[in-house]
Design a protein around this ligand. Structure first.
Ligand code: SF4
Length: 472
């Protein structure tokens, strides 16, 4: 991996603003307010992975005791009602609701009837727009300037549902992030746990999704039947050492035996035991140490209520203990979330600089730009991908950390934000410069529907599903 550090990436004024701003605590740390919408129950086409609870009345990978599922059940899984309900609750709690990330959870969305998929997404936008559009196109157009803008959309998916046609459909919906279930990349294990796909599917999906500009998350599952701690660590290492994988994000869900899952029926027969809390903690600590700068762990542990567990760890906030241990023993972890300014408010922040990490991934080159201080605390990041034989440049993510600001408000109205002091723009300029150095004359950005206006103001225009800029 190559690393470079820009000498003078920001102005003194901007640096001063950052120093003032970060003294105040932030409320919505990641800067965007998430709303999860749950799909109606549907069985996966390949059958059931043996650890999946696979309910008939709730989406396949959830139980009827998860809070998001209980809310969705009460609203008959209607997407419009779910979004309206969440907006109301968030507003009453005083959270900003002008920048929303829609997260579609519950099953394998791309396997539902196509009409259902389009109608589902349209109705989410209708709720954000506060009016009913005639079709998805109109709903998206309205959302570009709506009060509640969809600035990001995430779909949970399977690696074998990422064909070019399915990727186009996700782009058409306005998706910016895709999470795929990888668990552990091993064909033998996949077969035995009835995953219904292969490692080849994971590799191909990874490349296609990155080339389409999506931010890519892997769901990882240590402790599967037919694995062991040593094997888990070996496979986890491979996810980052082998350039065919290298995801941007992870959710780490240690395997548990959940009521009604096939595993609950056969675990004694196959001599399977879920990892203990101690074993899990140990393995998670090892994994965290292996994660490179460009990857963020979004979540550790699934929200499975204890009454639904046949065997497995009950402690949902294991992550807190692990992070506390790292901080106490002063172990520096490179993973993104641990370095984010929102989680490091007490420190002093000096000498902000722009660092660029270059690494090969999935037949392309990734440039990971990050604004960090002298203690490696992170203020913002950008992912640029050069691919297709160095002919194309795609910005897959720009993220500036700080409280979610209401659109149009300036930083003087909100001293806790670093979002509107130009870090995003500086990183984007740098990305354009890198593209030009590679003799690429056009750069594309995957943009949530509600962020298109921002790019228009920076000289970008809409072409197909992307905001693009001619560089010559
Ligand atoms: S793909 Fe996900 S939802 Fe489908 S059976 Fe497997 S774990 Fe359950």
């Amino acid at each position: 991996m190559k690393q470079t550090i820009s000498k003078k990436p920001i102005t003194t004024h901007q640096e001063k603003m950052i120093h003032q701003n970060v003294k105040k605590p932030v409320r919505t740390i990641s800067g965007v307010t998430p709303i999860a919408v749950v799909l109606k129950p549907k069985k996966c086409d390949h059958g059931t992975c043996i650890y999946c609870p696979g309910g008939d009345f709730v989406p396949q990978s959830y139980t009827d005791k998860s809070p998001a599922i209980m809310r969705a059940l009460a609203l008959k899984f209607d997407p419009y009602e779910q979004v309206m309900n969440r907006l109301g609750v968030l507003e009453r709690m005083g959270h900003p609701t002008d920048k929303i990330e829609l997260i579609i959870i519950g099953g394998t969305f791309l396997q539902y009837d196509i009409k259902y998929q389009y109608n589902y997404v349209k109705r989410c936008y209708d709720a954000l727009n506060g009016k009913k559009a005639k079709d998805l196109e109109q709903a998206k157009k309205w959302n570009e300037t709506s009060k509640h803008r969809c600035v990001a959309m995430c779909i949970e998916n399977r690696p074998d549902n990422c064909s070019p046609e399915e990727i186009n459909r996700m782009l058409d919906f306005g998706t910016t992030r895709v999470e795929i279930g990888v668990q552990m990349p091993d064909d033998e294990i996949y077969k035995k746990v009835n995953r219904g796909h292969t490692v080849k599917d994971v590799v191909e999906a990874t490349e296609r999704l990155k080339n389409a500009g999506f931010k890519l998350g892997y769901h990882i599952m240590p402790g599967l039947p037919y694995s062991n701690p040593k094997k888990d660590i070996q496979m986890f290492k491979k996810i980052f050492s082998d350039e065919k994988f290298r995801p941007d994000q992870l959710k780490i869900y240690p395997c548990q035996i959940i009521e009604n899952s096939p595993l609950a029926l056969i675990h004694k027969q196959i001599g399977y035991e879920a990892y203990t809390e101690q074993q899990t903690k140990k393995i998670l600590i090892e994994m965290m140490k292996l994660i490179p700068e460009y990857c963020r762990v979004m979540r550790i542990m699934r929200e499975i209520p204890k009454e639904k567990l046949v065997q497995g760890i009950e402690k949902l906030d294991l992550r807190k203990d692990i992070e506390a241990e790292f901080r106490k023993s002063n172990i520096k972890i490179k993973e993104i979330r641990m370095r984010e300014i929102g989680f490091n408010q007490d420190e002093e922040h000096k000498n902000l600089k722009l660092k660029i990490i270059e690494y090969p991934a999935s037949n392309g080159t990734e440039f990971f730009l990050e604004f960090i201080d002298e203690n490696d605390i992170l203020f913002g990041l950008l992912r640029l991908r050069i691919y297709d034989n160095k002919k194309k440049a795609m910005v897959r993510e720009i993220h500036v950390y700080g409280q979610a600001l209401e659109l149009g408000k300036q930083e003087k109205d909100n001293a806790a934000s670093t979002q509107h002091i130009g870090l995003g723009k500086i990183m984007l300029n740098k990305a354009e410069e890198i593209a030009l150095q590679h003799k690429i004359s056009k750069i594309s950005v995957i943009s949530g529907i509600g962020v298109r206006e921002y790019y228009k103001n920076l000289g970008y225009y809409l072409e197909g599903f992307y905001m693009v800029k001619d560089l010559k």
